[in-house]
Design a protein around this ligand. Structure first.
Ligand code: ADP
Ligand code: MG
Length: 342
């Protein structure tokens, strides 16, 4: 049996660390293939994570493989995922959402400039610390389409309106890569991801921009997953094959800039959809916002106080590890064939 878990633990008395691990003996058993696949996925995650260092990417601390388990040690992010925070607080504040969106975009811009497509952006894979800093995590199905080339990237401090030079990598990242197959979690997927395998048309880094818009919807709705009204993934796949985007509820309490931002990110034609850098530079929903200007702690405490207690929440402390969390109810597609071909 494959077990993938995250445990908060205290090392050296003070430093908090999170362990993401796969346990299980890879012996001849019905679960063996799953264990081997999970270990390989974790190893790929390590290979990628160790090359990344950014304020909005969860920090990699180390890796351990024993006979019985494989673990990644990650920086411990005390708030858990945005999905778990949403389940405790309800919809996020209208000023918090653009700030977090700008932070996630800074993380995506960094990844994309390095040739990395995350491919599974959703609220359950973005962590939040208690100062309100967002960290992109779970690189289990990510793809580095440019592994041999290191390119310059803009730092998270940059917040100017001027376009900076397009790097070699970001140019490559805007072109559909035909080797790409379907990865991620269906409800957060862009239409070209769904079509890529069948038509061999591939996709580029701005599939993450589509998924980010789904996260923005989650933050506004208080954690409803995109396509909430549909019965199952097959219905979502059908909608996506018809080039539809997740509906934005008419009565949603969202500003005009927010609505336009979502519409822009949900542009079906990937060549017309903006990149993370385009949005940070030009989109009024995020370009002028101070990503760190929101008093998260104050808001969080007030939001908790407002929420009616439920038996589920009472069991969960803020410092829980969220073991085995699958807030969205749908796991990632994790067939890794295209990565094996790399
Ligand atoms: N570094 C971390 N600090 C705190 N919680 C974490 C950390 N990494 C993951 N988690 C929690 O564990 C959950 C699952 O982790 P994730 O990396 O997404 O694994 P999976 O591949 O099982 O989806 C997350 O949604 C989050 O709640
Ligand atoms: Mg995850």
């Amino acid at each position: 049996m494959a077990v993938k878990q995250v445990k908060g633990s205290v090392f050296g008395g003070a430093r908090k660390m999170s362990v993401k691990g796969v346990g299980g003996m890879a012996m001849a058993s019905p679960g063996m293939k799953k264990v081997v696949t999970a270990i390989e996925s974790l190893r790929r995650e390590v290979a990628l994570l160790r090359t990344l260092r950014h304020k909005h990417i969860v920090a990699y601390l180390g890796y351990e493989a024993t006979d019985t388990s494989t673990n990644i040690f990650l920086e411990y992010v005390a708030g858990g995922s945005i999905a778990s925070v949403l389940s405790r607080t309800g919809p996020f504040d209208e000023n918090l959402i653009p700030a977090l969106t700008a932070q996630i975009l800074l993380g995506l811009e960094y990844l994309h400039n390095r040739g990395v497509i995350h491919r599974d952006i959703k609220a359950a894979n973005i962590l939040l610390d208690f100062t309100g800093v967002a960290k992109i995590s779970d690189f289990g199905v990510s793809k580095n389409i440019n592994p041999s080339r290191r390119v310059s990237h803009r730092t998270s401090q940059r917040h100017s309106k001027a376009f900076s030079a397009v790097t070699t990598s970001s140019a490559a990242m805007s072109k559909a890569d035909q080797r790409m197959s379907m990865r991620g979690t269906v409800s957060w997927m862009a239409p070209e991801v769904v079509k890529s395998e069948r038509f061999g048309t591939g996709y580029a880094a701005n599939v993450d921009v589509w998924s980010l818009a789904c996260v923005v919807l989650e933050m506004y709705t208080g954690g409803e997953k995109p396509w909430n009204e549909l019965r199952d993934d097959f219905q979502v796949l059908y909608k996506l094959s018809q080039n539809a985007a997740p509906p934005i509820p008419e009565d949603l309490n969202i500003c005009e800039d927010g609505r336009k931002f979502l519409q822009k990110c949900f542009t079906v034609d990937p060549t017309a959809r903006p990149s993370a850098s385009d949005l940070l530079t030009l989109d009024p929903f995020v370009c002028d916002v101070d990503p760190y200007g929101f008093d998260f702690q104050n808001w969080y405490n007030a939001a908790l106080a407002r929420m009616p207690p439920s038996s589920e929440e009472e069991e969960e402390s803020e410092f829980d590890d969220d073991d085995d969390e699958d807030d969205d109810g749908s796991g990632s597609e994790d067939d890794d064939e295209d990565d094996e071909k790399d």
